[in-house]
Design a protein around this ligand. Sequence first.
Ligand SMILES: [Zn+2]
Length: 425
Amino acid sequence: MITPTLIHLYLTIISVIAFLTSPSVSYECIEPTDSLGIKFERTNCTRNSSAQSKLIVSYGLNTTYEVIPATQTNAFELDFTCDPTIDASKCQKAKQAFIQAGEFLTAVFEFPNTIKVLAEFADLCAIKSCANGIILGSAQPARWLSMIGEDNRTRAYPQTLAKIADETGSLPYVSHDIIASFNSKFDFFLPGDTSIGPTQDDFVATVTHEFVHGLGFASSWRPWMANTVTPFILPLDDVFPKTVTIRETIFDAFFARMADDQCLSNFTDALQVALEGTYDSQAELDNAITAAAANINLTTTVDFVTPQAIGFWPKGAQDAILIETSFPEFVPGSTGSHVDKETYQMTENWLMIFDDIPGKTYQQIISENGGTGIVGSGIRAMLESIGYATSQNPTPFIPTPADEPPPITVTLSRKSKRRQRRRLQ
Ligand SMILES: [Zn+2]
């Protein structure tokens, strides 16, 4: 019987051709190597991989997680693990704080999807030394995915925003959108506690702050070696010779230098062009980055350690929101990823200063600082700018997934007009 064989052969050829000609879609993912958010790596975008390895304490442990589901009023679904050495009622109160923080953010932002959070309330000091200051907590996107934005630049977007843009559901995601670690050994003021002590921090405020980081309130700018502050520099190869690519986060897209309104994205573009080529050793790459930074007059090494030197211009705003650049040395995790403490600690935008505000409940801070809630109008505008919808801004720009990151084209841009530096009230 020859006909069936021919049909079979025909189908086989068709399918081979289809296989050979189907585009090989490759995405670019960037992930923290732990939940403190100090180090990042370009990954192979494994689908459905577990984010647990990025938690500080639970890593490698056979931890069980309690699921706290999202509700109508809380878009955040929590996989939660609590320090087994502390009182169960304390774990219960901590859980309430997570729910309250989720409800506050859900009341302000219109999240179309459930936001999955992997959270631990654990003894961080057992893993990370607290000798030089206790770590209260940390949270960040579990994965960033490269997407093409409004200005045609490719940047890293937090997984939450990638999901909003992913109409076909084809992007590769890690198990959770946000990873969060909080220190069970710190004396937090928890929901249900009666009066806050002078050294206690309000846990609802702390969790809300960290959730905002997890939504993408985070900069890629950080020290490369000791001498140059750059966005993510990501090797494209595992071993030398290597080529590198440069990526900002979408948060960085709104940065400009206060002195001359120069958009920091211009430096990112120029750095990418200057670093094209292959490098045979780490020393060669380090030298090339230092030389490229000098050639393009990249002053971010100074700007990021000069108070009030860098501003975030929310979309459509006439005024910059000043970014935290006051530390004499760049402090990864604090510098660049917060609003300026000096300017905003007594305003409605206090939530995203790097420091804690001990001795006050979030209700007290809101009543003293003004504003209508825990999320001030400036913080809301920053999150709207990167892509979250609100009732005031219902249709933010939706980026396109970058399956083949395009070559960088350099178009120098300045903020369209000179804006006055002014404190937001
Ligand atoms: Zn923070």
